[in-house]
Design a protein around this ligand. Structure first.
Ligand code: SF4
Length: 238
């Protein structure tokens, strides 16, 4: 068995263990390349793991289009969690639609309303959740484990692709003809909300296109908490 085949087999085993021992479990998909690998592995194995995405209301058309691609390819309906309308209305009324450009605080408040609160709702009642984070995405993720205790959400968190390289991700996608977000072919290695993501130039950090107007030290997405602290992200996925 090649190293790559073993990597895939180990990941399949992790997902099967989550389904067997941590039910109910859910997978938080951003619909990016890593998450499409996990989607393919979960749905091919028909594992009882629910897949959801945070529909922030500000995603690219191409990203939302992946929900339809998943429906066509696998016959599976990804569950969408949307922000509370009243909270969005109040934010826009008081600050403006794009106030996240004005300050880090305004940006974090927008992420809290559009991502963090819906995520908490999506995770409630589950024993475990799954993400597509990889160790190689950042030095801050150097110790990312496949299995973590997520005390903030009171459950276990699995990062089944922790050991995968970017090359592994794309090899799996190619080998298995997995559908992927067309923005990846247009200079977007990391994809978030449309107004907060831009394409990057060759050689730039993969996260350079996310919240590019902010100092790297302020780039907290608010979704990932380690040892009770928000993870600072210089180059990790939201
Ligand atoms: S990424 Fe941008 S638009 Fe999306 S929730 Fe955060 S601040 Fe708001």
């Amino acid at each position: 068995m090649s190293d790559f085949d073993k990597l895939v087999a180990d990941t399949q085993a992790t997902l099967a263990r989550v389904a067997a021992e941590f039910s109910p479990a859910v997978f938080a998909s951003s619909l990016a390349a890593e998450d499409m690998v996990l989607t393919d592995l979960i749905l091919r194995a028909k594992l009882p793991i629910g897949i959801f995405t945070l529909e922030t209301g500000r995603l690219h058309e191409e990203t939302l289009g992946m929900v339809e691609r998943i429906r066509e390819t696998y016959g599976y309906e990804v569950r969408l969690y949307t922000p509370e309308t009243a909270a969005i209305d109040a934010y826009v009324r008081q600050n403006g639609l794009n106030a996240f450009y004005d300050s880090v605080e305004m940006r974090k408040e927008c992420c809290r309303i559009r991502k963090v609160e819906p995520l908490n709702r999506a995770l409630a009642g589950n024993k475990a959740w799954i993400t597509g984070q990889r160790r190689a995405q950042s030095t801050t993720r150097a110790e990312l484990a496949v299995q973590e205790d997520d005390a903030a959400h009171g459950m276990t968190k699995f990062n089944p692709l922790a050991d995968w390289s970017e090359e592994d991700v794309w090899r799996y996608i190619r080998d298995n003809k997995v559908p992927y977000n067309p923005l990846h072919d247009k200079g977007y290695p990391s994809i978030g909300c449309e107004p907060c993501t831009r394409a990057i130039q060759p050689g730039e950090d993969v996260r350079a296109g996310r919240w590019w107007w902010e100092n790297p030290e302020s780039k907290e997405c608010g979704l990932h908490v380690v040892d009770g602290k928000l993870v600072r992200i210089k180059s990790v996925p939201a």
